[in-house]
Ligand binder design. Structure first.
Ligand code: FAD
Length: 432
């Protein structure tokens, strides 16, 4: 009798069972699979800019997402193994323990994540365990693009125009009906629980109380699309700043992959069939394309994306964590009310609207003239929806140092406040 084919499925930022190519392929090619998540020590550390890599609000969201994933896996006869430590050591250990011959993982594009991926793959070679990766993040698969990633256009408009000509999104992969796994012990959350010295609370003024996991992601989608039909006015409301309906708030669930961009796309099309397509339904897909674009930019540019400046930003100061202007910006004490309101929202909730993010980033780079990477690193710590490609990509874009460098991405803060918060409702919410 031949030995059982055993595979590991490494869940990273694809914490879902539906539309999960890693899981589908692993199940098709093996007898049993062991789903696991590795809480990388590096995620719990401090960046070279002096901020935590992951703040507590995102850790809470991650914990909820893992609990939901475990629950969903158990309902299909499997379960989640949670490990903590240095990935190449811990993953080698469980591959050895389960006698895995293959590991299926989400493909990485950002430099640090690629280094980890390579270290793990190299270690697993010692066990003759094959490392296989799959694209999980974007709406479009790289093979569906009309150009190789290395020839990605330098402007979003060019990217969008060329892509829309051949636009075809592959169907969502169904959720498996059962998963064959060895016996998996109940989820042990000790490594996560010990990170919270007290209960994490999010300020009740928040635009939305996020709860991690695929179930909550789909509930939000149902609410935003079908219960309230808010999507049909998205284009008009998306620059809003107060409340849970002005934009989709899908970002946190997308960042951890509790829902995929393709699942959202499929529901937009369903909505359009029932209620009709309009500029707003198109615009949500347009924004998902921006998300794809930043993912592809990261893949194309790699480490160059994290460099401090091109010629447009020669005078940017290197602030250090204790720079007074940086601290005032973080605490919402710059004296510029529109900026301060947004920064207080971020500090107390882990969220900020897209309009807010653009303004505070522009203010950081153009008015305070600080090194944009410190702003991006603070966002990395703080955002509940932190995504390496979207965060560093948007910051680089606004700082004028991305692949589309232009010096004048300057936001006139007073004008922006007058346009987007004309009655001071947003500023009053956070400044009083
Ligand atoms: P919606 O307006 O409802 O948009 C729907 C989805 O489209 C979003 O969930 C998001 O996935 C995508 N999207 C929209 N705008 C953008 C954009 N400019 N870039 C990339 N994707 C976009 N988004 C993140 O998900 N993670 C980040 O770490 C992040 N950091 C940012 C940093 C800066 C400086 C700026 C200017 C923007 C950043 N964004 C980031 C993009 C954007 O602000 C958020 O995706 C959006 O505000 C989230 O709210 P929403 O889900 O309601 O968005």
């Amino acid at each position: 009798m031949s030995a059982k084919k055993m595979a590991l499925v490494w869940f990273k930022t694809n914490l879902r069972l539906r539309d999960n190519e890693c899981l589908v392929k692993a199940m098709a090619e093996n007898d049993e699979v062991v789903p696991f998540y590795c809480l990388d020590d590096a995620l719990l550390g401090t960046t070279k800019y002096g901020f935590k890599k992951t703040g507590v609000i995102r850790l809470k969201f991650l914990k909820e997402s893992l609990q939901q994933l475990d629950e969903d896996l158990r309902s299909l006869g499997s379960g989640l193994v949670l490990i903590n430590g240095i990935p190449e050591i811990e993953i080698f250990r469980i591959a050895n323990e389960y006698g895995a011959q293959k590991i299926y993982a989400e493909k990485e594009v950002a430099p640090e994540e690629l280094i980890t991926e390579k270290k793990v793959a190299d270690e697993l070679l010692k066990l003759n365990c094959t490392f296989l990766t799959f694209e999980c993040r974007n709406l479009l698969h790289s093979s569906e693009l009309p150009f190789p990633v290395g020839q990605l256009p330098d402007t979003f408009t060019e990217f969008r125009k060329r892509t829309e000509k051949v636009f075809s999104v592959r169907p969502v992969l169904p959720k498996p009906s059962n998963i064959a796994s060895p016996n998996i012990a109940p989820l042990n959350l000790t490594c996560l629980n010990k990170l919270f010295s007290k209960e994490v609370t999010v300020d009740p003024r928040t635009a939305i109380q996020f709860k991690g996991g695929a179930k909550a992601a789909h509930e939000r989608l149902q609410y935003y699309f079908f219960e309230t039909q808010s999507i049909s006015t998205y284009k008009e409301t998306r620059n809003g700043m107060v409340g849970e309906r002005y934009s989709s708030k899908f970002s946190a669930w997308l960042a951890l992959g509790c829902i995929s961009a393709r699942e959202i796309y499929e529901e937009v099309r369903k909505f359009e069939t029932i209620y009709g397509a309009n500029e707003s339904t198109y615009w949500l897909i347009f924004e998902l394309l921006w998300r794809d674009y930043f993912g592809l930019c990261m893949e194309k540019n790699g480490i160059r994306y994290f460099l401090r400046s091109v010629s447009q930003q020669p005078k940017a100061a290197n602030p250090s964590k204790f720079n007074a202007a940086l601290i005032q910006w973080i605490n919402g004490q710059t004296g510029e009310p529109f900026i301060d309101a947004n920064m207080i929202e971020l500090k107390l909730t882990g969220f900020m609207s897209n309009r807010g993010r653009q303004n505070v980033a522009s203010y950081f780079c153009n008015d305070l003239k600080l090194d944009w990477r410190y702003g991006a690193a603070y966002f990395e710590q703080q955002l509940v929806d932190y995504d390496v490609c979207s965060n560093w990509g948007n910051w680089a874009y606004l700082a004028g140092v991305g692949n589309d460098p232009r010096p004048n991405r300057y936001f006139n803060i007073a004008k922006q406040a007058a346009t987007y918060d004309p009655d001071n409702i947003f500023q009053q919410l956070w400044l009083t």
